[in-house]
Each structure stands twice: as structure tokens, then as C-alpha cells.
Design a protein around this ligand. Sequence first.
Ligand code: FES
Length: 329
Amino acid sequence: MRFAEHWSQASVIATRDLAPTIREITLKPDVPAGSWAPGSHISVAVLIDGQPERRSYSLIPCADGLLRIAVRIADDSRGGSRAMWALQPGNKLDISNPTSLFEIDWSRKHYCLIAGGIGVTPMLGIAAALARKNVDLSMHYAVKSHEDAALHDELAALLGEQLRLYPSAAGGRLDLLATFAALPENAIAVVCGPLRMLEAAKQAWADAGRPASDLCFETFGSSGRLPTREFRVRIGTTGQEILIPRDRSMLDVLNAAGFEVISDCQRGECGVCAIDVACVDGEIDHRDVFFSTEQKHHNGKICPCVSRANGTVTIDTLYRADQLPSAAA
Ligand code: FES
């Protein structure tokens, strides 16, 4: 792992709705979490249909000793958000220590924050940290409607007129290319939102002639282009077919079936879990942010921790742990 992950228990202290589909959950960890970097997240262990799963949620600045997260109830939830929304004060759950995947250069003079929907949650901490540094800072926040704009009041209090809201239901449209083109030369952009927004931001950033290293991002949720539904994986060497239910990841199902697929981030960011694809009878819904657009188009590999498919994906070679040659042989 790129970071050490430690798990401990936490109690739910309070819940409240920040928006019709976004619920804030305040946790008190049994073991104090200590200080954490702006943009950090925790993983949470949830049981979905009796199966252990994990979900990641960004931390929102909170009073000392407590951890605040927000969970969007997803239309095509695979069960994680439903389980989180069922939590009540007094419930216990297992959480990991806070870690951050954002690699932000905090030494610049100009920053542009871009948030889409629930992707706003890490931004409050990042905006607060930057505001304390007295740098040039603007934030663009795309939402469906005003009432969906979770944390808007806290961000407005922090950023004033430097916060722009784009409610699509009211005709708001964030022009990423124009926004990036207008930034000073050494500006950094930090983006957090659904995969589609992230892909658009990467393209606009490149089109604006900006260096890729000055775009920091984290994808939020594992939403893809296609609806979440069950699909099949065929093991090319044996012809064995495995059904991936809509509420479980391909990674989890393959590992539960005895195959040893290594993984790290389990968020589609590191590429450690990537598996070779032999052919696709249907369509792969690449939900990772690791592969380039060209690589995704080529369909040569899939990140099973987040990506899904319609139809059947035949993967090249995958060995079960009990089929691996012994080291002593
Ligand atoms: S484990 Fe990191 S991309 Fe799958």
C-alpha cells in the first residue's frame, strides 16, 4: 500500500441532511484520529447483503476529535449509500485512519477549485487551508439545483464572491475551458467530482495548454457512463464464467472466487488491480481515472475495483491461489 491503513471503531454521534440526497454523518472515533491533511478521506466498512465491503468518504472540517463525512444516496446504489443512510446515532462502525490521495502543491500563488455534486466534500477543507494562506483562490461548484448545493453556506462564508455556483436546473453551466484559460500561468486546479466531470476537466486543462502536473484530482463515487447492472467475466484459460452482481465489484467477486487479484487504492486511481482483457462481448464501462482515454478505448485492460461492463468480459489469464505453483517446487 502507498499508505499505512489502520482500522478502528467509531460511533455515530449525529446525522443531518445537507441536501435532499446528501446526509452528513458525524463520527467519534474510539482512537483519536489526530490531525489530517485537507482533502483526506476515510474508508468505512459496510455489510451489504451480508458481504463485507468498503466505501471511501472525504472528511469535512469538524470540531476536534470528531470526523464529519457526507454520503449521497445514489439512484443506482450498489448498497453502500443505503447502508450509510441507515446509520443512527449510537451505531458503531469500523473506519480507517484518514489519508489523502490529493497531491497538491501548497506553495503556489493561484488556485482554482472545481467541484461537482458530492465532490464538494473534500473541497471545504482544501478551501479553508488555502484561505488561511491568503493566496488567490476561486471555486466553481456545479450542482443540479440550489437545494442540492451541500456545504454552500460554509463555502460562501469562506470564499465570498470567489465562489461561483452553477445549478444546471437553472441553466448554470460551468465552462471549464474558459475557466482554465483565464487562470494565471502558474495556477493549480483541484478537481473533485464524477468521472465525467473529471474527464472533461482533464481535456479542458490540456486544451488550455496547461501542464498535466498542475491538475490535481480525485474522482468521487464510482459512477460510470452505463447503468450499474450485473455482468459476466469469463476466464480465458478455462472458460469458467463468473457473475458479477450489480451490488459487488468485479475485484471482490474474483477474490471471493479464489483468484488473487492484488489491489491498492480500490478507487480506480492507482492501476495496481489492472487485469488484461482478451475480448469483450458487450461494452466495458471504464470507471477508473488511471487509464488514458486511448487506453480505455482500446479495452486492453480493466481496473476491476471500480470498472464494470454490460455483457461478458473475457480476461486473459487469472490463476486461483490454489493453482499457483508452490515456491518449493
Ligand atoms: S486498486 Fe487502485 S485502481 Fe484498482
